[in-house]
Each structure stands twice: as C-alpha cells, then as structure tokens.
Design a protein around this ligand. Sequence first.
Ligand code: SF4
Length: 77
Amino acid sequence: MLRARVDLAVCQGHAVCRRVAPAVFDVNEDDGRAVVLLDAIPPELAQSARNAEQGCPEQAIRLEEDTGAEHQSGQEE
Ligand code: SF4
C-alpha cells in the first residue's frame, strides 16, 4: 500500500497537491501546510497521488510503497 508524507519544513502551501489529488491531500488553512488525509492510499488513488508528488513545486511530497510484508498472515511453516 502506498503512503504519502509531506515535508512540512519545505511545504509552501501552494495547494497543487489538493488540486491534483483532493482525496489524498488537503491544505490546513491555519498554517498553510499540506495535510495527508489518508493513512494508506488505495490503488485507485495512487496515480493522482503520484501526479501530486510530481506537481508539488517544492518537492515536499514523498510517496513510499509499504509492502505490508510484516502484516501478511503467511501460510508458510
Ligand atoms: S503542492 Fe507541495 S508545497 Fe504545495 S501544499 Fe502541496 S505539499 Fe505543500
């Protein structure tokens, strides 16, 4: 599952991310910084999240693939 992080030290509140992927990002009107709305990004929103990552003028967004390997209930013995 894909996870998004925003580096708030470099985020400038352009809100490109919210425009590109409104289901994934919002911008806090108080401090002008982006907020990640989803803990885990479902596959149907992955492309828009990637577009936001690439469109962020500050390159503040990092997407990380969480393999979830530790959480799998394996059948191995
Ligand atoms: S586009 Fe980038 S700089 Fe702008 S609010 Fe989103 S994360 Fe912050």
